[in-house]
Design a protein. Structure first.
Lengths: 164, 361
């Protein structure tokens, strides 16, 4: 089997196999998001402002997990539109770094005359790493999915052309 | 090349029940052997012993001259197709067919080529993305066969693969198996209790009963020259008619009827003069033109033929049942009498139940 033939077979295999690499990357992204989700609870210092931020973050996490899971099913079947969805979700994960962990990092609140740190350095870096990893997985999944779906579409067009 | 030699194989279970007795068979390369017999005769046990799914209690099993009696099933290079298809419901047809090769960590591109080639042979190319639940029984059985084909095994083993299919599908799938055998030229062992499958598929048939091999031969040999009463009654549809008769010169005398013999027939049973033997006559060898009175009980029209069931001999001998397969459409009613005669006759020793051949004593 020469290199050209191997490439052709590789493309043809996509007709019958799922894009499991992309979908697995999405599952990993969800897992990192769950780690982030769990990590932010430590910032529950009793301040209503940060409580609202945590609540909003939790709500978004639920939406994110649902959207990511649905997108993983789409990307598994080489649907190009879901690559865009995943890319957007990845971009939002990066933006989130600048919202909650960044705003809470090293901030202090005065509770009954005592200054309490909302998010320490360790917790902050952990949250950032989780979000970066989650975003990286989503963007990688989106890129791989986009390339594969385009390749498959071109291959199917060739087959249809040949059949005609 | 794949030649199998089964030498004096026995199967004795832990509870001392013996399922197979001294089974011997030499299968040539590319031959399709059908093991046929009633339920519980040991045919599936024999096949499972050959596949390595059952231990062989005694005897030897050789594949291309190499002793594989103790070789584990996975190393025997044989593929088995089961009655129940054994497909994975959560996998697509493509994944089902590729599964065994994936487990062996073969190159995915090679697997792909093999799966597509097998799907092409079996006409499953358009079904590869479907799940087994979306296919008909016949298609599922083809997938099970495809899963065997991709492995390119030395021997294919089929354990009643058509039993779950309806009659029409069974006929179609049977023809597909025959075409597949011709196309692949592979050595195949096929177990069935259906004699039609055996007669239509086999290069040679092994007829079994109670764990013993009754006869090994081509379909024509088993049909035309059955070795004993069991084979004669098992092969052929409707089954052969049997009557106890006494040899008297050049005729056979039964209870209330006489059957004249030709010189050749008389010569076969010349050593049985004055003795009782069993006469066997196939329904298709009964002709509606003769002196034997057949009292009709019922009539079954099959289109091209008519099956006439009734009694011959003395009026009080209800046991002398005769089924005649007469050509054409006939309308007989209960109580009608038809004069019949017998064409080809088979003679069996009453004590041993073995066929009487020329020169037998």
């Amino acid at each position: 089997m020469n290199r050209e033939e191997e490439k052709l077979i590789q493309r043809d295999r996509m007709r019958f196999t799922k894009n499991s690499l992309s979908s697995t990357l999405v599952y990993i992204a969800i897992l990192f998001d769950v780690f982030f989700f769990v990590s932010i609870y430590k910032s529950d210092v009793g301040s209503w402002y940060y409580n609202i931020l945590i609540g909003a973050s939790i709500l978004y996490n639920l939406i994110f997990m649902l959207a990511s899971f649905l997108a993983s099913e789409g990307i598994k079947n080489y649907k190009f539109s879901f690559s865009i969805v995943l890319f957007v979700l990845g971009a939002i994960q990066i933006c989130r770094i600048f919202i909650y962990p960044m705003m809470a990092h090293s901030a202090t609140v005065d509770l009954q005359g005592e200054a309490v740190t909302v998010m320490g350095d360790g917790q902050f870096f952990r949250c950032v790493i989780y979000l970066v990893c989650s975003a990286a997985c989503l963007i990688a999944s989106a890129v791989i999915g986009a390339i594969r779906s385009r390749t498959l579409a071109a291959h199917m067009a060739t087959i249809t052309e040949k059949a005609a | 090349m794949a030649e199998i030699s089964v030498q004096h194989i026995d199967k004795i279970y832990d509870n001392n029940v013996q399922a197979v007795f001294d089974f011997n068979l030499d299968v040539k390369d590319g031959e399709l052997i059908v093991l046929v017999g009633p339920s519980g005769c040991g045919k599936s046990t024999t096949l499972r012993m050959i596949a390595g799914l059952e231990d062989i209690s005694a005897g030897k099993l050789l594949l291309d001259g190499k002793d594989i009696t103790k070789t584990p099933a996975k190393d025997r290079d044989m593929a088995m197709v089961f009655q129940s298809y054994a497909l994975y419901g959560h996998m697509t047809i493509y994944e089902n067919m590729a599964f065994s090769l994936t487990l062996r960590k073969e190159n995915p591109n090679v697997i792909h080529k093999k799966v597509l080639a097998a799907a092409e042979i079996l006409g499953l190319t358009s079904q590869l993305n479907k799940k087994p639940s979306q296919l008909s029984g016949g298609q599922r059985q083809r997938v099970a066969m495809g899963r065997s084909i991709v492995r390119n095994p030395k021997v294919f083993l089929f354990d009643e693969p058509l039993s779950n299919l309806d009659a029409k599908l069974r006929g179609a799938t049977r023809r597909e198996i025959l075409l597949l055998h011709k196309r692949l030229g592979a050595t195949m062992l096929y177990v069935t209790h259906d004699q039609t499958e055996a007669l239509t598929l086999a290069d040679r048939i092994v007829c079994m009963s109670m764990g013993h091999v009754q006869q090994v031969g081509t379909p024509l040999e088993l049909y035309d020259s059955p070795a004993n009463i069991f084979v004669a009654s098992f092969i052929g549809l409707p089954p052969m008619n049997f009557f106890d008769v006494k040899v008297n010169g050049k005729e056979l005398v039964g209870d209330g009827f006489k059957v004249p013999l030709s010189d050749e027939e008389a010569d076969v049973i010349k050593n049985y003069q004055g003795k009782e033997i069993t006469l066997g006559v196939r329904p298709e060898d009964v002709v509606d033109n003769g002196d034997i009175k057949l009292r009709v009980v019922m009539n079954e029209n099959l289109g091209m033929n008519t099956l006439v069931h009734g009694h011959i001999g003395s009026a009080d001998t209800a046991a002398l049942k005769l089924t005649a397969k007469l050509r054409g459409w006939a309308e007989y009613k209960n109580g009608d009498t038809v004069g019949v005669s017998f064409g080809r006759k088979h003679f069996f020793d009453k004590e041993t139940t073995n066929a009487i051949r020329k020169g037998a004593k």
